[in-house]
Design a binder for this molecule. Structure first.
Ligand code: AKB
Length: 319
């Protein structure tokens, strides 16, 4: 049987940096090709430079490394995407078509494509938003993710490409700062708390959003990709639920470790985006089709974040 060789695009991003490590632990470092369009000098021995919109470059790396699976994470996220809408659409869709076309040409076994809670808009129920809610996203990122979901379903139905996808909530992790998203506050706030700095939150304190701890997000991804093909009955993208958190609830949890932590609220354009997203997600299909269940509750997240961030900043544990 052909050895599994995995290509990851967007490997330098918040999820990519952690997913690559998890894949390397499982498949061997030499069997995971981690790529990104911009490779910082300090990352040159970890990441390979690859523009996922360049079909020749993607074909070359797939052929040269005999790739059998692709995790296509490269995308411009919700907040950043609003700065240059047409460029966001172009990058998010052109890279997706490139990956799907190359995957078909080289008969790639499986492709992972990340969708997002950003596909939902003001017409969907706010609480326990179901898989099949009406989708009217308010960002180019959300529109690009709906389009991606429909193309994933098309490539599966028409060409038999085994594309699998998750609608990620906001991901909270200690491994890297988030970038360009509406949910980034939920990462930055922990760094501020550990450094004993005040935090200015750009969302309203009562705006609840679906969130997930990085460990759960990576496990969900791997469990989805490991599931037998016949179990995958949703070929657009799966809702996954983990947490539903307001900034106020996050602060309350943080103050169990840092009682003097100071926060102020100064809403910006991201509040309007967040208002259009669900507060919580219903993930019945993911539970039924491939037994999804989250493990981390909010205080578990805070505990892990503070243990790891204290190490990262070389602070004597104040826990
Ligand atoms: C964002 O905030 O844009 C992302 C997402 C929820 O997909 N973190």
């Amino acid at each position: 049987m052909k050895k599994k060789k995995i290509l990851v695009t967007g490997a330098g991003g918040q999820l990519g940096t952690v997913l690559v490590k998890a894949l390397q632990d499982r498949k061997g470092k030499e069997n995971v090709i981690a790529t990104d369009v911009y490779v910082k000098p300090e990352m040159q021995n970890i990441l390979v430079s690859l523009d996922a919109t360049n079909i020749k470059a993607v074909e070359e790396i797939v052929e040269k490394n005999d790739i059998t699976e692709i995790y296509h994470l490269a995308a411009i996220l919700s907040a950043k995407g609003e700065e240059r809408p047409l460029q966001t659409w172009d990058i998010n869709l052109k890279s997706l078509f490139t990956i799907f076309e190359v995957a078909c040409k080289y008969k790639i076994n499986k492709v992972f494509f990340p969708s997002s809670i950003a596909v939902f808009g003001n017409s969907a129920p706010k609480q326990n938003t179901p898989q099949n809610a009406y989708l009217d996203p308010t960002t180019v990122y959300g529109i690009s993710k709906i389009a991606g979901e429909q193309w994933a379903n098309y490539y599966f139905s028409k060409y038999g490409l085994d594309v699998r996808s998750l609608r990620y909530p906001g991901i909270i992790g200690h491994q890297s700062l988030a970038g360009g998203g509406t949910t980034d506050y939920a990462v930055d706030i922990y760094h501020k708390a550990v450094k004993k700095e005040a935090f200015e939150c750009y969302l309203n304190e009562n705006t609840a959003l679906p969130m997930i701890f990085m460990t759960d997000a990576v496990r969900a991804t791997l469990e989805l990709m490991d599931a037998p093909k016949h179990c995958i009955k949703t070929r657009t993208s799966y809702n996954i639920n983990a947490l539903s958190v307001t900034p106020k609830q996050l602060v309350t949890s943080i103050k169990k470790w840092y009682p003097d932590f100071k926060v102020c609220y100064k809403e910006d354009f991201r509040e309007k985006i967040a208002q259009s997203w669900p507060s919580s997600i219903l993930d019945t299909q993911a539970q039924e089709d491939w037994n999804w269940e989250p493990h981390y509750k909010l205080d578990d997240v805070s505990n892990e974040m503070f243990i790891e961030l204290n190490k990262k900043y070389n602070l004597h544990s104040q826990l």
